[in-house]
Design a protein around this ligand. Structure first.
Ligand code: SAM
Length: 276
């Protein structure tokens, strides 16, 4: 059941679930066959705060609402035969066209990216999230069944994104992953900009270990430097831990990470020591 601040309204003949009403800075339109899936995840935590503070607005569109036949058919058999059904192009093209018609021309803003979710797309990662967070509007299309008629990919989508090398039954979980990762990067969404700056993958490294109270739990102490109050030492320790952890778990990330010559030496030393 969609509830809370989500309002249902009619835009160009389609029911749109709208989160956040006025003054939002980033607008995200999601096309789906299952709008109800989105009712929970966008109504809690950081996301809801972002909506309430007018930083983001999410519109969920039911692709079926853009059909014109009695049974609201959105799929059909694949030409050439084969298993499963394929999403028809007409309602998807129509939905995107109607969404674009509702846009107010913004100075300097080009047409919004139209993102097709597909396991064949470019891999989603923090850099892609950062890139998408620079747009004031995103249109995201969730597939289902065997996916889309190829003409959606060829003539409508401007981007294709995969959230990993596995196949989901629908694009909705992928849309949630992408929207979450993008929204937390928007200015003002997290309490402190530093939180996302230090996150794993933000600067090509995994994050350093974090501790909170108590200082000793079951005899396991928090590293002393963190209790020292010496901010320079703490920053140095964290940076070294982030490098060490990345080397242990995802050594391939270090090839692209921006490291100082001293930090490169640290990596060599850790490798030689065999401590990682
Ligand atoms: N037959 C398609 C193929 O092999 O490329 C897969 C279709 S999949 C069962 C149905 C829908 O789920 C896709 O159209 C896409 O929107 C979504 N989907 C599945 N896996 C995904 C992934 N790894 N990343 C993003 N979307 C995915």
């Amino acid at each position: 059941m969609i509830c809370g601040r989500i309002k249902a309204r009619l835009v160009s003949g389609a029911v749109v679930f709208l989160l956040g009403e006025t003054g939002f800075k980033v607008r995200i339109d999601i096309l789906t066959l299952f709008p109800q899936i989105f009712s929970g995840p966008f109504l809690s935590g950081i996301f809801q705060r972002a909506v309430n503070n007018g930083l983001v607005s999410v519109n969920i569109h039911n692709i079926r609402d853009y059909t014109h036949d009695k049974h609201h058919i959105v799929d059909d058999y694949p030409y050439g035969g084969g298993a499963g059904m394929v999403l028809k192009p007409e309602p998807i093209f129509e939905a995107v066209a109607q969404i674009k018609e509702t846009l107010k021309p913004e100075e300097g803003a080009g047409p919004p990216p139209v993102i097709l979710l597909t396991p064949q797309g470019r891999p989603f990662c923090q850099q892609v999230a950062q890139e998408l967070s620079g747009h004031s509007h995103l249109i995201i299309i969730c597939g289902h069944y065997e996916g889309f008629d190829e003409r959606v990919r060829q003539y409508l989508a401007t981007d294709e994104i995969s959230i990993g090398d596995y196949v989901l039954s629908g694009g909705e979980p992928a849309a949630m992953v992408i929207v979450d990762a993008v929204v937390r990067l928007l200015p003002g969404v997290l309490g402190s900009e530093a939180s996302s700056r230090d996150d794993s993958h933000a600067a090509g490294l995994l994050e350093y270990p974090q501790y909170t109270r108590p200082a000793v739990y079951r005899g396991w102490p928090v590293p002393e430097v963190l209790l020292s109050g010496n901010h320079a030492q703490i920053a140095k320790w964290r940076r070294q831990q982030a490098i060490r952890r990345t080397l242990e778990r995802r050594p391939e990330l270090l090839d692209k990470a921006q490291l100082s010559p001293e930090e490169r030496q640290l990596v060599s030393r850790l490798k030689e020591d065999g401590t990682c």
